[in-house]
Design a protein around this ligand. Sequence first.
Ligand SMILES: [Fe+2]
Length: 334
Amino acid sequence: MFKMATRSLVVAALALTTSAFASDKQVTIYSVYEAARLDPVFKPFTDRTGIKVNIVSGTSAEIIAKLKAEGEATTADLHLDKDLVFHGQAQAQGLYKPFNSKTVEKNIPSSLIEANKNWFTIVYRVRGIMYNANKVTAAELSTYADLGSAKWNGRLCVRTSNNSYNEALGAYFVTHFGAEKTLNIFKSWVNNFAVDPIKGDTDVINAVAAGTCDVGIANSYYLAPFVKADANYPVKFFFPEQNSVGAHVNGVGIGLLKHAKNTAAATLVMEYLSSKEVQAPVASIFSQYPANPAAELAPVLTGFGKFSQDQTNVGNISAKVDEAKQLMKAANYK
Ligand SMILES: [Fe+2]
């Protein structure tokens, strides 16, 4: 169903996104997502343009190491990863070059395009508060820092600090609140933990549902399958910082590689991914928010409600990741 919907719309999308077809006949993407997951996304693109999209998958760390090792000899044109931490790392290693596309700039809000146009966010999620609605009301929730207040003592679950989602959240704290307050937030969370930090976001949600803790922190999309399976699932999502800087967002992004051999075709892929017709189904398969504000939201996300989000440029957040990691360590947040 997704394939059909995408294919029928892709003609319109491409007509909007390009005035001239690239001469390159293939594009290679180093991707943290496997080909099987992305093939439905790119098949309509290949059908329309004749440009083959090769997906080479690996972990985020493997991809960056491979790109560094290959240097100029790489066959990769684009880097697709799950969040701003890894795009920031690739940028810091000098692996990107700026893309040149008025279409991408028209489709994607400027805060989600790195300021030097090395990479941009395609779809994103909110890292927010998961709460057990049988024990907590939304009125009791407000900010990330408040999870460190006395009322949540022994009631908070979080994932381990050694994870890019938490590193990005910490970078958002450093950006908005400074190092000292960030350290205090992490210390106060550690003081409130119901249990030691747990392995994954889904585990956090399960722990909140089971009553191990009453509140937790996780990415919005991890709640989607639970809510789809059970409309009365006890765990609900809360968007923090609605009366301050807006909720922290982080997303799947794409960067143009410095040693890309097929820059024109790679630019077409970036434009394709930014178009509203393609953004809606892509966002839906990832259960994330489309970066293009004209694209439709998946129903499960509409159900989470409207929210205000952080408007800081994604590249400015990624630049604070290393500092955030040090502060988590200093706070003894394992
Ligand atoms: Fe994830």
